[in-house]
Design a protein around this ligand. Sequence first.
Ligand SMILES: [Mg+2]
Length: 230
Amino acid sequence: MIKLLLWDIDGTLLDFKAAEKAAIKNCFGIFGIGECTDEMVSVYSEINRRHWEALERNEITKKQVLTGRFREFFSLYGVDTSLAEAFNEEYQIRLGDTIVFFPFAKETVENLRGKVIQCAVTNGTKRAQTRKLGNSGLGELFDYIFISEDLGAEKPNREFFDRLLLQTGEYPKDEIMIVGDSLTGDMRGGNNAGIKTCFFNPSGVTDRRGAHIDYEIKSISEVPALLGIE
Ligand SMILES: [Mg+2]
């Protein structure tokens, strides 16, 4: 019986791609560096994904992710790369402006409120996540919010999970489950912590990249049944 449920935010409850697209386009306007086309957003998205995965493998720092991704992106399109740091600052603010839920995400968190302890677990920046959780109304639905910047450790490192349990109190490992869309961050993180894993896989990824997965779902609406809750 799961008592402690850990929710990833970006790409799991919130459609990160939609927010990312709106925020980047907006920032191109603010910085007056031309138009960012949909195709450019896709290129950026791939660069961004690679940077976060390198962080999850502990190869680069968070700061290197945040500015390095824009530096690489800008260099492809002849945009001044020295703008990367300031651009990222603005981008963090704008990211919280566009809220798009995955279907049933908010309803599911509302439904489970009071039935299990629900925690947000995110590697996103504190600035963007705080705005996002506030604007989406999700913030007040969670019992705890764990942002890696506050914990001083990132998913998938075991310290991230050890430190959050200091705040929630200990639970048997088989009573804790993480739900997330990232094999390298959430599923590996769950494996490192020895807890149950639920892979949100709406696009049908087949390569598990060596992660152990207890449950796989295509829709967030499947989560309550996994917990024996209707
Ligand atoms: Mg995610």
